[in-house]
Design a binder for this molecule. Structure first.
Ligand code: NAD
Length: 338
């Protein structure tokens, strides 16, 4: 197989603005067919993004086309239900986050993927944003030293109301937004085993969560759904008096306690600081990680590199989100369920 032949289900807002445009950047993927129950959207995306066929029915698309992989992007129940069906039939699957509305559903998808032996990858683009990939490499370097502390800040304008037919506004926010910084913190800091969360006004999604990583490092999830716009920051310190910060997935600052070389003025500058503005694949700041995660999925199918995040990662993300809400309710630190 030289290119991965993709059938894409869902021609809605997010997929059309952030995912479909990347097929032109990721040559390893071939967009063969698109599918949406709304015919005009399926027709539109086939035309806009160069698919040779469009469908209004998932089954018909699978029956008519020779595909290697299916992308599923829309309602979380669609990720779970169509994802299970696609894996059962032997396709590789990419879904957006969250993979389901429930922990049980996320587990079902992860288990089906494990049994199928196919590639399953979930859409947490922050893991693939080049600036955060660089930060992870810095954090894992010998010079940085073992991670002591990691903060994952994530500010968004909501949602503060229930979405996707979920009853609880809190669980809606967790699955829609909090799951991003949770996944990123786990990716960079390792497994989260314990959380102690507090929140302010119950009608707003604002949480401060102290977390403990399995490594013993401490962390802070700074989750805020009451901000005027999207804003993220990651900060970490290492045991060698080192510090790294990533602003909005594009600007990286790395500081060590090593003084500058004598010829430049070690008497003046006691801290060595390096700054990068890291370009993304399409040179756009707001799209960091989207094309890269699709390229990674293609490499997982074609070259056998490990996909990430996996559907099993998403189960763990759900469990951390669940523990955050439990900790708020019970007013104490709680272990993350296995
Ligand atoms: N990673 C990110 O940064 C990010 C950002 C925004 C949204 N998202 C995720 O993306 C998803 C939303 O994507 P969207 O905005 O493209 O969704 P959307 O709701 O706008 O569109 C979903 C489309 O799927 C179609 N559809 C529903 N059932 C179908 C079926 N059985 N077969 C074929 N088509 C069907 C609908 O007609 C609709 O056009 C959510 O899960 C959300 O969490 C992720």
């Amino acid at each position: 197989m030289e290119r991965v032949r993709v059938g894409f289900v869902g021609c809605g807002g997010h997929s059309t603005s952030a995912l479909y445009p990347n097929f032109r950047l990721v040559q390893e993927l071939e967009l063969v067919a698109v599918c949406d129950v709304q015919e005009q959207l399926a027709r539109r995306n086939a035309r806009l993004f160069g698919a040779s066929a469009w469908y209004t029915d998932f089954e018909t698309m699978l029956a008519n086309e020779e595909l290697d992989a299916v992308f599923i992007v829309g309602h979380p129940s669609m990720h779970e239900e169509l994802g299970l069906e696609a894996l059962r039939r032997g396709y590789h699957v990419f879904t957006e986050k969250p993979t389901s509305l429930t922990v049980q559903g996320a587990r079902r998808l992860a288990e089906a993927c494990r049994e199928s032996g196919r590639v399953g990858q979930c859409g947490h683009m922050m893991r693939h944003a080049p600036a955060l990939v660089l930060a992870k490499r810095i954090i894992e370097s010998e010079e940085f030293g073992p991670l002591n502390f990691l903060e994952s800040k994530y500010f968004t304008p909501g949602p503060n109301e229930p979405i996707w037919g979920i009853e609880s506004a809190d669980w809606s926010y967790m699955l829609c937004q909090a799951i991003h910084p949770v996944d990123l913190a786990r990716h960079i800091g390792g497994e989260i085993v314990r959380v102690a969360a507090t929140r302010c006004r119950p009608h707003r999604q604002v949480y401060v969560v102290a977390v403990e990583f399995a490594s013993g490092a401490a962390g802070l999830l700074n989750l805020n759904g009451a901000a005027p716009s999207w804003e993220t920051r990651l900060e970490a310190t290492g045991d060698n008096f080192t510090f790294v910060a990533v602003e909005n997935m594009t600007h990286v600052r790395y500081e060590t306690s090593a003084a500058w070389p004598a010829e430049f003025g070690s008497d003046l500058v006691q801290i060595s600081s390096r700054n990068w503005q890291v370009p993304t694949r399409d040179n756009s700041e707001v799209r960091a990680g989207y094309a890269e995660q699709m390229k990674h999925f293609a490499r997982a199918v074609l070259e056998g590199v490990a996909p990430y995040p996996t559907f099993q990662d998403e189960v763990r993300n759900f469990l951390v989100c669940q523990a955050i809400l439990r900790s708020c309710e019970e007013g104490r630190a709680v272990e993350v369920e296995e």
